[in-house]
Design a binder for this molecule. Structure first.
Ligand SMILES: *Cc1c(COP(=O)(O)O)cnc(C)c1O
Length: 814
């Protein structure tokens, strides 16, 4: 991309600071991510301000790495450097969008803009597949459809393309007008509408009217024949409609078994075989067929391509691999832009330094092969990949001579010649186009465990973190508790995410947990809540900060710290204000003050206490009493020692109910993992963990037969029973069995019949349409741990932390 500097500045409303007075801004890369390895002298970096990040904090570091063009809004945070061009604007996000409009306006090929409540990404990926023989397409990677994702996608437009396909999502009113200018679709697609209108809108009608604004300049919008849609679309553009019920639509479709019979404009008829027959797939297929008919494709071509459609999998999953490897599974597509995202993801999630990429031939999309592969080589080089494994005819031809590349002609050859022993302590990105069936490579490299997995949604975790953050004053610090294997979810994977989200402290229970995080490269400050005396020297070696709860412990720590020549080593004083677990009572303070007054080996970084009943309205007075005692006792320490440490007392429920007492920091625990102790709180949180497995066997038993140990279930009539490979040794409480609890099979409740065994349980599926190998949800979004906990008289904390370590954890981002 090459912009005339003056024209660019006036378009985005920037003043120039600095003395890199070039007439043109000549860049190959737009970035908003300070950690991307693609940031270099050809990068234009936008310092965005988000809830938890401020891109300005990284500007000086980026300048050191060679970035020369930077858009900022806050001058006070940067130190102008020779040869760097700073564009000063009022709002960097608005400038990013304006810059995208500037770029968009230099192209006049057709652009398809997609919006709607669901199906946007699937329709975009499918249209890309369906149209790529005839068009050289630029599309949004993954589901980049947000206020930043859309402009970043638009910057991918180049001379060599002749069709754009971009998806646009909005979460509230007012957002679409700007994005409409950024995308400026010539052809619109409105995918399915769902009933719910979402938080950011007052009604479904308001949501439709907002989304329709994307199409003000479109020549046509393809959508379902629907009154509400037409009400808002017809006044601004022409519509090309489809329907599964109304023959007067432009494209009418009727499904019989797996055949879709199409009638175009009530005259032309043809039929296509359906690769999927579920309702939402059929609707997405109707959208795609309508687009193809509109673009003039013949019935034969349409039918031939539709049958080739495939499931769209866009999540990148992080999995534990063999021999201590970490696998990033992105085995469903291989185009340049999604590879570039996956490589950044690999860098962020790597656990050891060695990076391996297993890559198939790239998606052709009508371009010159030479060009695709020379771009690819450059991209791989900037990412410092330790080992490149190329699989496929093209990649093995064009990567010949690349020193760290190992090439195979197809997946079979790779699977035959390579074994799991060839991989140790590596971070492996597996990225391949669908046809290569790289899922087989993932299966080979994955640590072998049974069907049961705990899926952990990292995106939901961020949502929850932001929810609690939004309740706090901007200056209040946040510590997140990751003790007990992150409440059963995982350790360094979660800690890395939190480090990226700039939390101020992490809290672990034991030194071991902290050491594991340090070994995985987590640099955030860590407090150990239950420091054991024999772990003190290891703690110092790994920069872990102890909670100090007694004079005996403090003296023991001082002894070790002195031996290691520590000076002002950070410690955290725990006050007991009524929990009566750990900590200094009021009567202990004078002795503590005496010890601390005479040493500079340690420094009191924070003073804190813990509430025993912040989730119980009936004990509000008690909680306020704890807070009052905390205030007095910490005041005393601060005055007599003349110190000014961070003070903190609130846990998750405290943040929710006693927000006014946030002091300087709060300690978030269970809420991060999507569990609130209160209904209203719970509604604001996103589900993080899903424990699931699969049906192993189904059988029919006779009337009055018994099931399981102790014959605790007797059938009434013929009964269909499914056996599921998860038991109390995996963490399903035994008291949840024998008629008390249930699981979900294909969205329906299936009662747990008989006693839960160690490794298995049986469920009643008499009235449920299911077969062997179908998925079984033990808990998750539609069966929250809170419900299970209540029924069996425990708390969600225990349910989560009981999940055995033999259950494989899979982390994903949405
Ligand atoms: C576990 C813990 C927390 C977090 O509690 P939640 O109820 O999960 O928010 C906070 N502070 C201390 C000292 C803890 O041990």
């Amino acid at each position: 991309m090459k912009f005339n500097t003056d024209a660019f500045c006036s378009f985005i409303g920037a003043d120039i600071i600095g003395n890199n007075k070039s007439e043109y801004v000549d860049i190959t890369n737009i970035s908003v991510d300070s950690r991307s390895l693609q940031n270099d002298q050809h990068t234009l970096f936008f310092a965005l301000k988000g809830g938890n990040h401020d891109g300005h904090d990284y500007v000086d570091e980026l300048v050191n790495k060679g970035v020369r063009y930077i858009v900022i809004s806050d001058e006070s945070k940067v130190h102008p450097t020779q040869g760097v061009l700073y564009f000063k604007v009022n709002n960097t996000l608005a400038a990013l969008q304006s810059a995208a409009i500037f770029h968009r306006d230099s192209f006049d090929f057709p652009v398809i803009g997609i919006t709607g409540s669901k199906g946007k990404t699937v329709v975009k990926e499918w249209l890309n597949y369906l149209l790529s023989e005839e068009y050289r397409i630029i599309k949004s990677p993954k589901s980049y459809n947000s206020q930043t994702g859309v402009p970043l996608s638009i910057f991918g437009m180049e001379e060599k393309h002749n069709l754009g396909i971009f998806e646009v999502g909005i979460s509230t009113v007012g957002e679409m007008e700007k994005l409409a200018k950024v995308v400026k679709p010539t052809i619109g697609v409105f995918t399915a509408l769902t009933e719910e209108h979402g938080e950011g809108f007052q009604s479904l009608e308001q949501k439709v009217s907002e989304k329709a604004k994307l199409f003000v300049n479109a020549e046509v919008v393809i959508c379902e024949l629907n009154e509400l849609l037409l009400k808002y679309l017809s006044p601004i553009t022409s519509v090309y409609t489809w329907s599964l019920s109304d023959v007067s639509a432009n494209v009418y479709g009727q499904v019989t078994q797996s055949t879709l019979s199409i009638v175009v404009n009530q005259t032309d008829r043809f039929s296509v075989e359906l690769p999927f027959t579920d309702d939402s797939s059929v609707r997405n297929i109707m959208t795609c067929i309508s687009m193809m008919v509109y673009l003039g494709y013949t019935a034969d071509t349409i039918a031939m391509r539709i049958i080739g459609l495939y499931p769209v999998e866009l999540r990148m999953q992080v999995k534990n691999g063999v021999n201590n490897c970490t696998i990033i599974d992105d085995a469903y597509n291989a185009d340049y832009q999604s590879l570039s995202i996956a490589l950044d993801f690999l860098e962020k999630h790597k656990v050891s330094s060695s990076k391996t990429v297993i890559l198939s031939d790239m998606f052709k999309s009508g371009f010159e092969v030479e060009e695709i592969y020379s771009q690819l080589k450059e991209l791989l080089a900037t990412h410092h990949i330790t080992r490149i494994i190329g699989i496929g005819e093209h990649i093995s031809k064009y990567l010949v001579g690349v020193s760290n590349a190992y090439l195979y002609k197809d997946t079979e050859e790779f699977l035959q010649k390579v074994s799991v022993e060839d991989f140790t302590d590596e971070n492996i990105l597996v990225k391949g186009a669908r046809g290569f069936r790289f899922d087989r490579i993932v299966t080979m490299l994955e640590k072998k465990t049974h069907e049961t997995v705990l899926e952990v949604n990292l995106t939901a975790m961020c949502h929850n973190l932001n929810f609690y953050r939004s309740k706090l004053k901007p200056e209040t610090k946040i510590m997140v508790m990751v003790k007990a294997f992150g409440y059963g979810n995982g350790s360094y994977e979660i800690a890395k995410l939190l480090a990226h989200e700039n939390v101020d402290y992490l809290g672990v229970a034991f030194a071991d947990e902290g050491i594991e995080l340090r070994k995985a490269g987590v640099n955030t400050k860590i407090i150990v809540m239950n420091p054991e005396i024999n772990a003190f020297s290891a703690m110092i070696a790994y920069d872990l900060e102890p909670e100090v709860y007694s004079v005996r412990e403090l003296n023991a720590f001082l002894k070790v710290a002195r031996e290691r020549n520590c000076y002002e080593y950070p410690i955290h004083i725990k006050l007991d204000t009524g929990m009566h677990r750990h900590g200094f009572l009021t009567g202990d303070l004078d002795e503590l003050i005496e010890v601390l007054r005479h040493t500079n080996v340690v420094e009191v970084k924070s003073i804190f206490s813990h509430l025993s009943s912040s989730d119980m309205p009936e004990y509000t007075d008690f909680t306020l009493g704890q807070i009052d005692m905390f205030t007095q006792n910490s005041d005393k320490l601060m005055q007599e020692l003349d110190i000014n440490p961070i003070r903190h007392i609130l846990n998750t429920s405290g943040i929710f109910h006693f927000t006014a007492y946030q002091f300087d920091m709060v300690r978030l625990g269970i809420g991060l993992y999507g569990v609130g102790n209160d209904k209203e709180e719970m509604q604001q949180l996103a589900n993080v963990s899903t424990l699931k497995t699969r049906i192993m066997q189904i059988k029919e038993i006779n009337d009055a037969d018994s099931i399981g140990y102790g014959r605790r279930f007797r059938s009434q009539g013929r009964t269909r029973i499914a056996t599921v490979p998860i038991g109390y040794a995996d963490g399903v409480h035994r008291s949840w069995g024998a008629g008390v609890g249930y699981v979900l099979v294909n969205g329906q409740k299936a009662e747990i019949t008989g006693s839960i065994c160690m490794d298995m349980l049986m469920i009643n599926v008499t009235n449920i349409n299911c077969e062997e190998n179908d998925e079984v949800i033990i808990f998750g979004k539609d069966l929250p741990v809170t419900i299970i906990a209540e029924k069996i008289n425990t708390i969600p904390y225990e349910i989560l932390t009981s999940i055995a370590l033999r259950v494989k954890r899979i982390f994903f981002v949405e």
